[in-house]
Ligand binder design. Structure first.
Ligand SMILES: CC(C)(COP(=O)(O)OP(=O)(O)OC[C@H]1O[C@@H](n2cnc3c(N)ncnc32)[C@H](O)[C@@H]1OP(=O)(O)O)[C@@H](O)C(=O)NCCC(=O)NCCS
Length: 134
């Protein structure tokens, strides 16, 4: 997905071994089809009561409800853990993701200007979104 250089911040080259070694399994939820992972959402729980989410769905499986199922599962997981809020960052051009998050009640809380430096030198804004679970 990093090779798409579009929806997520990560770009190639990706150090898969290092990523796997640091991966936090607690808060990682996956969508499985016939035993194969076709999507994942990660909720990083802070010690201040909120969780930060990041997610992706395999290109072949987009537009079929996987993302919505993952966000619903992340919200359930966060409530079970007693979190009061979920937050996330999304590129402003990522209409699919922003629409998905809005559908679940996330609202835009701000914008970080020229926040992410891409490998081609471009500086991309980030939109900050949040969902109160109170
Ligand atoms: C964003 C992403 C997770 C959405 O997952 P998905 O499985 O395709 O989403 P779903 O099929 O569950 O769609 C749920 C809602 O998302 C929105 N959506 C999905 N695809 C869309 C598109 N191409 N254009 C506009 N809205 C779209 C719609 O609101 C949709 O609800 P609807 O079906 O009632 O219209 C997926 O496109 C993806 O992995 N993209 C690349 C990685 C990425 O951008 N991750 C998010 C980083 S913040």
């Amino acid at each position: 997905m990093a090779e798409e250089r579009d929806g997520i911040a990560a770009e190639p080259p990706i150090d898969v071994e290092k990523g796997a070694a640091n991966w936090q399994l607690d808060g990682t939820l996956v969508a499985l089809v016939a035993g194969e992972v076709v999507g994942e959402v990660r909720v990083e729980q802070s010690s201040f009561g909120f969780g930060e989410i990041g997610m992706m769905v395999a290109a072949d499986w987009r537009g079929r409800g996987v993302g919505a199922a993952l966000v619903a599962a992340a919200i359930d997981w966060a409530r079970t853990r007693g979190l009061h809020k979920l937050t996330l960052s999304v590129f402003p051009h990522n209409d699919a993701a922003i629409s998905l998050y809005r559908k679940f009640g996330f609202v835009e809380e701000g914008r970080r200007s020229k926040h992410i430096r891409r490998t081609n030198g471009e500086l991309w804004d980030l939109v900050e979104m949040g969902l109160l679970l109170l």
